[in-house]
Structures are given as C-alpha cells and as structure tokens.
Design a protein around this ligand. Structure first.
Ligand SMILES: *Cc1c(COP(=O)(O)O)cnc(C)c1O
Length: 361
C-alpha cells in the first residue's frame, strides 16, 4: 500500500482514495481502447460517455431542473469573476455583492469592469470572521453575487438569501460545492473551481439557468460567452478532459456513498469533532469564525503566539498531518476538511491537537 498522508491542504486538496485507485487502474488502458484517457480524442465515443455522465451526475446529485445548463470550463473560478458580469450585465443596471473575504473582493473588483458594483453587506471590519445575516438585495439590479464558503477565514453562508424574482442569484461555491443539501434551483448561476471539493485543478464547473444565456452582448469573443459553451455541450474547443474524467469518478463516488445528504452528515460529524475540541480547549485553541458562520470545510484557529503555532504546525507535519498552516493573509492554523477528507484523518488531527495542548499548556 502506498503511504498516504492526512492531507489538510486548502486546494488543490485531498481526493477520495477509491477515485485515485480507479484512475490508476484505468490509466494505461481506458475503456478497452488500449490508450490512456489522456491520449484519446475529446470527440471519441469513449470520452463522450465520460463527459455526458459527469454532466448528468451533477444535475442528478444537485437536484437541478432541466432548465439548468452544466458547463465544464477552464480558467478557474477566477475567470468566472469576470465572465459572470460580462454575461449577466444589463445596460444601466448595477450588480450587488456581499463581501465576505478575499475571494469576494476579487469577484467585486472584476465585476467593476462590466457594470457598476455595489457592496451591500461586508464583514471586512471584523477580519471576515462572520457572514452577514439577512442580506437584502434590491429589485432593479443585474444580478446578486455571494460567496458560499470563505476558504481563507473558515466561514460559510448557512442560508440562501432571498432575491427579487427577476434577479439572478450568483454563487461562488468553489470551496463548498456538494458539501450540504441546498435548494440549488434558487440560484441563477453557480460556479466552482474543481480543485477543492470536486476533483483536480484544471476545470471549473459552471451552472447557468438557460434564460440567462442570452443576455451577453453580441460583440463578445466566443470563448467568453457561456452560450458558446452551452450550445456545444462544453466541446466548443478541446476541454480539460482528464480533470473532467476525475470529477466524473468523484461524482460516482459521491453517488455511491448516498449523495449529498450522506455527504452533509459526514461533513457535520467531521467538523463537529474539531469545533467541539476548540470550544472545549479553555482558550488554548481560539476559533477565528463566529459560531453562527463556521464552515463545514475549513476550520480556522489560532494559538497564543505565532511561535506556538509554528511548533504545532511542525509537530503535526512530523505526524503526517499535512497542510495545517493558515493562509498567509491571516496566519494561524487551518484544517481544510473537504468532502474527500476521511473521518480517520479528522480523528488523527483531533488526537494530535489534544496531545499538543496537554504538552504545551
Ligand atoms: C480557491 C477559490 C477561488 C479561486 O479559484 P481558482 O480556480 O484558483 O481561480 C475562488 N473562490 C473561492 C471561494 C475559492 O476558495
């Protein structure tokens, strides 16, 4: 058996072991072709079934109605930061954003290239330690934008804001897609870089309600229009076939384990172990996120001094607990426990944290 670390990296991140094993088994000879999936045409029938199954699994596992179009694009979530306003702009109308962290801020900046942007709620004054509650968007706006999970700060939006009926709600779900049951039919657009909660880096899942595809100005380069990709089933040009194949395997795995309801249960159990430990540590570990905004995916905390944090990180690394350093912009510690993180990994981390506390208190 290969040596496997407990991988708490924030992204790219751990993938389910059965998914990696299956990819390894099929690597040299995919679907009886005598070729790797890396070597065959993106228009071959063997790849075509992977592509279409991946798309169908997204719709099934998310419970999306027929009117939603699923696309597999390149350029990461960061490209969607400008494709969203480019494709959804309406002359004379502004877009409204909720600012809950570094990724929201980047989305807001790019949004400004295509329309007036208004930030209607923000937690920046409190180092993004919470997600504003009860956010209200105006009627006459082009779109409303939120970030589902704030990877760096360890906060998550645990409710879906209400929007006026003709305002599309747009969500960056890069770090929490498929983490919990939500009514996704309330969204106009959902996008997610795959490399945190779905698959490897190199592909971005973009889901757009069909009626929104026609808004883009005619004079827009083809590659920048969602409609181009939607009309061609994400095969307008050569797509990222290997990342899509890996996403398909991880969606198969999600379905086998019982879909999103089972995943939510798993995620709640895992995150509760760590939050209970932090709360019960008598202040040795201090959680960054306010209790009502705690993320199921990224658990962020500090210790008394940066030296103690460095020591905790080093000792954890020596025990095979990898990637626990907080993001450079906030410091401290962060355990990313995405969908693919096992209960075993979380228990190993909790055991280490208890031991570290008793040795260093
Ligand atoms: C990581 C991350 C991004 C950036 O994604 P790229 O695919 O690297 O562009 C955007 N939004 C959120 C919420 C993220 O966690």
């Amino acid at each position: 058996m290969a040596k496997r670390a407990h991988n708490f990296y924030a992204g790219p991140a751990t993938l389910p072991l059965p998914v990696l094993e299956r990819a390894r088994e099929e690597f040299l000879d995919f679907a009886g072709t005598g070729m790797s999936v890396l070597e065959i045409s993106h228009r071959s029938k063997e790849y075509d079934s992977v592509h279409n199954e991946a798309t169908a699994l997204v719709k099934e596992l998310m419970g999306l109605k027929d009117e939603y179009k699923v696309m597999w694009l390149q350029g990461g979530a960061s490209t969607q930061f400008y494709m969203v306003p480019l494709n959804l702009q309406l002359p004379g109308k502004k877009a409204q954003y909720v600012n809950t962290g570094v990724w929201s801020k980047k989305a807001i900046k790019e949004g400004g290239f295509y329309s007036d942007v208004e930030v209607i709620a923000s937690s920046e004054e409190d180092t993004f330690s919470y997600v504003p509650q009860g956010v209200q968007f105006d009627d006459d706006i082009a779109f409303a934008h939120i970030t589902g999970n704030n990877t760096i700060y360890g906060t998550e939006m645990h409710y879906t804001p209400k929007v006026p009926s003709d305002v599309p709600l747009v969500c960056d779900m890069s770090s929490n897609i498929f983490d919990k049951v939500m009514d996704l039919n309330r969204f106009g657009v959902i996008y997610a870089g795959a490399q945190k909660n779905l698959g490897p880096a190199g592909v971005t899942l973009v889901i757009v309600r069909e009626d929104l595809l026609g808004r883009v100005p005619d004079k827009t380069p083809s590659m920048q229009k969602w409609k181009t990709h939607s009309d061609k089933n994400s095969l307008f040009n050569t797509g990222p076939v290997f990342p899509i194949y890996m996403c398909k395997l991880s969606l198969d795995y999600l379905k086998e384990m019982g879909g999103v309801p089972a995943m939510e249960k798993h995620n709640r159990e895992k995150s509760k172990i760590l939050y209970d430990l932090i709360d019960g540590s008598g202040g040795f570990y201090k959680g960054h996120a306010r209790a009502d905004s705690r993320s199921l995916m990224n658990v962020t905390f500090n210790l008394a001094t940066p030296e103690l944090e460095a020591q905790c990180f080093q000792e954890g690394t020596a025990k095979g607990l990898i990637g626990l350093k907080g993001h450079r912009s906030v410091g401290g510690m962060r355990a990313s426990i995405y969908n693919a993180m096992t209960m075993e990994g979380v228990k190993a981390l909790a055991e280490f944290m208890e031991e570290f506390q008793s040795n260093n208190q």
